[in-house]
Design a protein around this ligand. Structure first.
Ligand SMILES: NC(=O)c1ccc[n+]([C@@H]2O[C@H](COP(=O)([O-])OP(=O)(O)OC[C@H]3O[C@@H](n4cnc5c(N)ncnc54)[C@H](OP(=O)(O)O)[C@@H]3O)[C@@H](O)[C@H]2O)c1
Length: 249
C-alpha cells in the first residue's frame, strides 16, 4: 500500500524524542517533508533532524511552547517560509502529571490544561485556515485513553484531552467541506523501554487482551494511514490503539 506522502508537508509536535520522533522518521521515510517541533529538547531535536535529513526530504526545525499562541503563530511563519503550507499536523506533544487531584496545589492544573487543551486550539487556529484555503489537510491529535475512560491519576490531562476530542469532533463538522479532516488517536500504555517493576508489569499486561503493552510501531501505522489519502473519508473520529484495554462503542 503506497502511502503517497511524497512532497506532503507534515508538522509533528514533540518530535525530538519518544513516539513523536519515531513518527517523524517514519513519515520522512514515506517521503513527507518534515517540520520537526520541539519545546525543550534542543539537543535531541538536532540529532533527530540529522537522521531525518538522511531520508532526502526537506526539513525545518521549529521550537515553541504550544501553550503560547504567539509562539505557535511564529512557528507557522517559519514552516510556511521553509516548506510552504502544512498539509498535516500531528500533535503528539503533551504535558501530564500522574497523581490524585487532591495532591495538586491550587492552580497547579493550569499548565496541563494550557498544553494539552489550549495547545490543540492554538495549532488548529493557526494551521487550519491555510489547509482550508488549500482544500486539503489532516489534523491528528494523539491522546491517552484516560481522555475517554477517565483515570484518577491522570485526572487533569485526561479532562483536557477529553475536551480536545469534543473540540475536534465539532471542528470537523465545519472544515469537512474544505476536505480538512480532524481525528484523534487514543493510546494505551506504550512500552518505550521504561523500567517497570516485574510485579507491576505483570499486573499491567493482564489489563490488555492482546497480552502485551503497545509498541511505537503500533502507533506509527495508524498515524501514517490517517495522514495518507487512504483515510480521506474518516473525520471526527477517535481511534483507539490500546491492545483492547478499553472497548467503548
Ligand atoms: N508513552 C505512552 O505510554 C503514552 C500513553 C498514552 C498517551 N501518550 C501520549 O503520546 C504522546 C507521546 O508520548 P511520549 O511518551 O513519547 O512523549 P511525552 O514525553 O509525553 O511528550 C512528548 C513531548 O511533548 C513536548 N512538550 C511538553 N510540554 C510542551 C509544551 N509546553 N509545548 C510544546 N511541547 C511540549 C515535549 O517536548 P520537549 O521534549 O522538546 O520539551 C515532549 O518531548 C504524548 O502526548 C503522551 O501524553 C503516551
Amino acid at each position: 500500500m503506497d502511502l503517497n506522502l511524497k512532497g506532503k508537508n507534515v508538522l509533528i509536535t514533540g518530535a525530538a524524542k519518544g513516539i513523536g520522533k519515531e513518527i517523524a522518521l517514519a513519515a520522512a521515510r514515506a517521503g513527507a517533508n518534515i517540520a520537526l517541533h520541539y519545546h525543550e529538547s534542543q539537543k535531541e531535536a538536532a540529532e533527530t533532524a540529522e537522521n531525518i535529513k538522511k531520508c532526502g526530504v526537506k526539513l525545518v526545525l521549529v521550537q515553541a511552547d504550544l501553550s503560547r499562541l504567539e509562539e505557535v503563530q511564529e512557528m507557522k511563519v517559519v514552516t510556511k517560509r521553509e516548506l510552504g503550507i502544512i498539509d498535516g499536523v500531528i500533535n503528539n506533544a503533551g504535558w501530564t502529571q500522574f497523581k490524585s487531584f487532591f495532591k495538586y496545589e491550587p492552580g497547579e492544573w493550569k499548565k496541563e490544561m494550557e498544553v494539552c487543551f489550549y495547545g490543540v486550539l492554538h495549532l488548529a487556529h493557526t494551521f487550519m485556515p491555510d489547509m482550508m484555503d488549500n482544500n486539503q489537510g489532516k489534523f491528528i491529535n494523539i491522546v491517552g485513553d484516560s481522555a475517554r475512560t477517565g483515570d484518577k491519576n491522570l485526572i487533569i490531562s485526561g479532562a483536557a484531552r477529553s475536551g480536545t476530542i469534543s473540540f475536534l469532533k465539532s471542528l470537523s463538522q465545519e472544515v469537512g467541506k474544505s476536505h480538512v479532516q480532524c481525528n484523534t488517536i487514543s493510546l494505551g500504555l506504550i512500552d518505550q523501554g521504561q523500567s517497570f517493576d516485574t510485579v507491576m508489569l505483570e499486573k499491567l499486561i493482564k489489563q490488555y487482551p492482546m497480552g502485551r503493552l503497545g509498541k511505537v510501531d503500533d502507533v506509527i501505522g495508524i498515524t501514517l494511514f490517517l495522514l495518507s489519502n487512504w483515510s480521506d473519508w474518516i473525520t471526527g473520529q477517535v481511534i483507539p490503539v490500546n491492545g483492547g484495554h478499553s472497548m467503548i462503542g
